[in-house]
Design a protein around this ligand. Structure first.
Ligand code: FES
Length: 159
């Protein structure tokens, strides 16, 4: 398991180990995972604790795109691909991110620092084009702003 059983137990306790809370349980498990996903072993453990089958949990996690099934880089960049961000030229930001990071959407940098993915609207349309990095939202993006953001993240990693 990529997260400790103790931490998963805390999450299960928070939701009284209720099977109808499976989605928030999986989301919370993902939130505490450094690799931003819920691995198979954790899904199996949760299934067992909720008296569900692994297939039940797998089907739910597969249905919800917000639950990641594979590990992500340290900084998980989600670029909004919905209409308002498209109108506000998110393509320019996407091109810049791909060129600067040397990866395409859906990939992770070889040093495992950055994963770049597209996502549907996450409600930041008023500040579009927008991205989320490890759940923190950044908006009114320009190339200059993204450049500084990446520099800050790289810098923070060397502190
Ligand atoms: S359309 Fe991009 S955040 Fe809503």
């Amino acid at each position: 398991m990529v997260v400790s059983k103790d931490k998963v137990e805390e999450i299960l306790h928070k939701y009284d180990s209720r099977a109808d809370s499976l989605v928030p349980i999986l989301m919370d498990a993902q939130d505490i995972c450094d690799d931003h996903y819920v691995d198979e072993e954790t899904q199996k453990y949760i299934a067992q604790k909720l008296n569900l089958t692994y297939v039940d949990v797998y089907e739910v996690s597969s249905f919800f795109s917000a639950i990641n099934k594979t590990s992500k880089g340290k900084y998980f960049i989600q670029l909004c691909d919905s209409s308002v961000c498209r109108i506000n030229k998110k393509d320019i930001i996407e091109d810049y991110l791909e060129k600067t990071l040397g990866i395409s959407v859906g990939e992770t940098t070889p040093d495992n620092m950055f994963t770049l993915e597209q996502t549907a609207c996450f409600g930041a349309c008023d500040i579009s084009p927008a991205i989320r990095i490890n759940k923190k939202v950044y908006g009114h993006l320009t190339i200059q702003k993204v450049k500084h953001l990446l520099e800050d993240l790289r810098g923070a990693d060397h502190e």
